[in-house]
Design a protein around this ligand. Structure first.
Ligand SMILES: [Zn+2]
Length: 359
């Protein structure tokens, strides 16, 4: 869909929501039996330590905006439940009214540094779906760090040799060119099947060519997964750590898929947060009909997607919809989802946004 098409849908939705609010529809739906049977599972990725949300407003939001979201939950009388209990109660038909569950994908350092203190302040529990390979390995996540470094070099032209297949200079003067350059680097890394060390060297090289102070970015641990020590220190009364595969991938091969789950569980066990993990989130929202049986074999009882929606007892527990909350969602759109009204409005198709592919 064209940008104009997207903005037209958005403008239409906003005007419908405005009319609905003025007519008292939002509160009526919020307090309806229909909404009381349902669970809104909110999905977050990163919360900025610096300006990550300006580079990638789909994956990152500012701490100030996350605070506004939690304020909206509190002001609207929403009941934020631990994910496992919420899902159980949804299928048992015993959910409290206005039920919401909070989930954070990947488990970046900013979750521990920024999100957890906010969750503590508001007394709201959350589940973090942790991808464990990068936690144990340490170091930055290549895909998001490379995009960020290229964004930091915006306005400049940097050499493309050795970091793209075409090798031409990367002219980083427009948002489209910056996105394309990030895609080119990402594609080249996959094509060359770079090792972790080669990826780290490429990141240093991109930063050097772009004149970006990489050492301070590394020191602040932008785009790093929590260390095992940080995971172990998460407050147990507030944060539940669950499955997101070990290497953030879902191979369409039964044994390799199972290995991702088993490695993820074993790693969580080593971190001291237990191996008995029944809740899963599909990395990058990628689903496949074959995964359902494999998840059941692995004793996974719930799995969340990036399909936009509010969960109901009619949903397959291994294909639960969520609302991926982003910087671009207006307060009224967010309220529309909290109340449930937005479930009746037109929305974008697809299981994943382009930005989520890389995370
Ligand atoms: Zn993820």
């Amino acid at each position: 869909m064209s940008t104009n098409g997207v903005s037209l849908v958005k403008a239409t939705k906003l005007s419908i929501l405005n009319v609905a609010r003025q007519a008292g529809m939002l509160t009526r739906v919020r307090d309806s039996r229909w909404r009381a049977e349902r669970l809104l599972i909110l999905a977050y990725h990163g919360v900025s330590l610096a300006d990550e949300h300006e580079a990638d407003p789909e994956l990152y939001m500012s701490p100030a905006l996350l605070r506004k979201r939690l304020e909206a939950l509190r002001a609207g009388g929403y009941q934020v439940l631990p994910l496992g209990a919420a899902i159980q109660r949804m299928y048992d038909g015993t959910l409290p009214s206005r039920a919401v569950a909070l989930t954070f994908d990947d488990g970046t350092h900013d979750f521990a540094a920024v999100a957890v203190p906010l969750l503590r302040e508001f007394g709201m529990p959350a589940t973090v779906y942790l991808t464990t390979y990068y936690s144990e390995r340490g170091g930055p996540i290549f895909d998001t760090m490379s995009s960020y470094l290229i964004w930091c070099a915006r306005g400049k032209t940097i050499g493309g040799e050795g970091i793209t297949s075409h090798g031409r200079p990367l002219v980083l003067t427009t948002p489209a060119a910056i996105d394309q350059a990030a895609e080119d680097v990402y594609a080249y890394a996959r094509e060359c099947d770079w090792s972790s060390e080669e990826k780290d060297r490429a990141l240093e090289e991109i930063a050097r060519r772009g004149g970006v102070d990489y050492q301070s970015i590394l020191a602040r641990r932008l785009f790093h997964i929590m260390t095992p020590e940080e995971v172990a220190a998460l407050p147990r009364d507030l944060v539940d750590v669950q499955l997101h595969t070990h290497r953030h991938r879902v191979p369409v091969d039964r044994d390799l898929f199972r290995r991702e789950i088993d490695d993820n569980r074993r790693s969580l066990g080593r971190m001291g947060v237990g191996e008995d993990k029944p809740h899963f989130c599909y990395p990058s929202g990628v689903t496949n009909p074959a995964f359902i049986a494999w998840l059941k074999e692995a004793a996974v009882t719930s799995a969340t997607t990036c399909r936009v929606g509010i969960a109901s007892p009619q949903d397959d527990p291994l294909l639960l919809p969520r609302l991926v909350d982003t910087t671009e969602l207006t307060p009224l759109e967010f309220e529309g989802w909290l109340t449930g009204v937005s479930a009746f409005l037109p929305r974008r198709r697809g299981t994943s946004t382009p930005a989520l592919r890389k995370y």
